[in-house]
Design a protein around this ligand. Structure first.
Ligand SMILES: Cc1ncc(COP(=O)(O)O)c(C=O)c1O
Length: 392
């Protein structure tokens, strides 16, 4: 349906029961070799390897179905899937940089994004510079004639600063730099950065899109054909592709993304509201929180919030923090987020920043609100604070 709404797209994109015996979901193509019946057809496919199916790594009907669905949701030109979110970030950065270029990356970016830039791009001759995530139009003062990429992550996934995508994109265009954004927190449902001026929107589909903490998957959505071709060629050269079962889990996750996200949002807001009143908590880092510095920008650009946010608690000795975190019944401690289950993670933003300082002496705890009963989650945190206080 033309002009279908997002919930309808989520439900129907990337599947065609009529082409598949009436079966609701598309088949999962396990594929490496694709056979060509004639020399002419083999040669034709060699000339256009990105058309149809050529070889498993370049795309199958399964990966194409996933890419088509994500493209429609983001309002992009085309998507390239990837083996993980980090693989998507690395592929996108490699696609738009070469030796001698200058790259600007938000200081709030996900740690492994920084590591890829510092430890892979820098030795290849790319100058990597970090900027204050709240810089907005002020990015103009950092742009150089050779700036090829401005990389955003909004909100930053530890400290949640919101970036002014339209202002940064407008400035980047003046030097021909591409704006890449990690849009994992919002998913295409809550933010469509290509409509705000970004050139490439990147997802760790591992998080909300897969939604069940059981697969690694990434997506790179491009605004135009030229960008897509660059990314597709890099992905082909580096062999970036995901397994068919993981892609299927991404497609399946999309069908329920909207209802899950609403519940993640509701639970996160309820937890933030409860945490705000705790004497141990000094700050809530949640873009939907009215006192949060980036709140106005979030309200302008986003259609809602997801389940990931941070709180800052007063500094306590490690033994007290361990007493708090070691015996949680429902919150798990571990990396990633976006699954059905609640998570908590102590983080150290001060340790990774270079362009700005994170001076808050408190402990930053990142929470992912899962889909459990929120009253039960609060009881789990309440007991955790009791253990912390008993240990002081
Ligand atoms: C904001 C953000 N981007 C990208 C990634 C990387 O995704 P993946 O784990 O799928 O490689 C993560 C993972 O935690 C993340 O938090």
């Amino acid at each position: 349906m033309k002009d279908a709404q997002k919930d309808t797209i989520l439900n129907h994109a990337g599947r065609d029961p009529r082409a598949n015996h009436g079966i609701v979901n598309p088949p999962v193509y396990h594929c490496s070799t694709v056979l060509f019946p004639t020399l002419a057809e083999l040669e034709e496919s060699d000339r256009n390897p990105f058309e149809g199916v050529h070889y498993g790594r370049m795309g199958t009907p399964t990966s194409q179905a996933f890419e088509e669905a994500i493209t429609r949701l983001e309002g992009g030109y085309k998507t390239v899937h990837a083996a993980s979110g980090l693989n998507a970030i690395a592929t996108a950065l490699l696609s738009f940089t070469k030796a001698g270029d200058h790259v600007l990356i938000t200081d709030s970016a996900y740690g492994p994004t920084r590591r890829f830039a510092n430890d892979t791009l820098t030795p290849y001759g790319v100058e990597v510079e970090y900027f204050d995530p709240t810089i907005g139009a002020g990015i103009a003062s950092l742009l150089k004639p050779n700036t090829s990429v401005v990389f955003l992550e909004s909100p930053g996934s530890l400290t949640f600063e919101i970036q002014d995508i339209p202002a940064i994109s407008a400035a980047a265009k003046t030097v021909g730099a591409k704006v890449l954004i990690d849009n994992t927190w919002a998913t295409p449902l809550l933010l469509q950065p290509l409509r705000l001026g970004a050139d490439v929107s990147i997802h760790s589909a591992t998080k909300y899109i897969v939604g069940h903490a059981d697969a690694m998957l990434g997506a790179i959505v491009c605004a135009d054909e030229e960008s897509w071709l660059k990314v597709k060629k890099t992905a082909t050269r580096t062999g970036a592709c995901a397994g068919p079962d993981d892609i299927f889990l991404g497609l399946r996750g999309l069908r329920t993304l909207s209802v899950r996200l609403k519940q993640h949002q509701e639970n996160a807001l309820a937890l933030a509201g409860w945490l705000e009143k705790r004497p141990e908590v000094t700050r809530i880092l949640h873009p939907a929180h009215p006192d949060f510095p980036g709140h106005a920008l979030w309200k302008r650009d986003f259609a809602g919030s997801s389940g990931l946010f941070s709180v800052v608690i007063k500094a306590v000795p490690k033994t007290a923090l361990a007493a708090m975190l070691d015996h949680l019944e429902l919150f798990g401690m571990g990396y990633s987020w976006g699954g059905f289950e609640s998570l908590i993670l102590p983080t150290r933003p001060a340790a990774i920043r270079t362009a700005t300082r994170w001076d808050d002496p408190g402990i930053v705890l990142r929470l992912h609100a899962g889909l459990e009963d929120v009253g039960d989650l609060i009881r789990d945190l309440d007991s955790a604070f009791k253990r912390l206080n008993d240990a002081l």
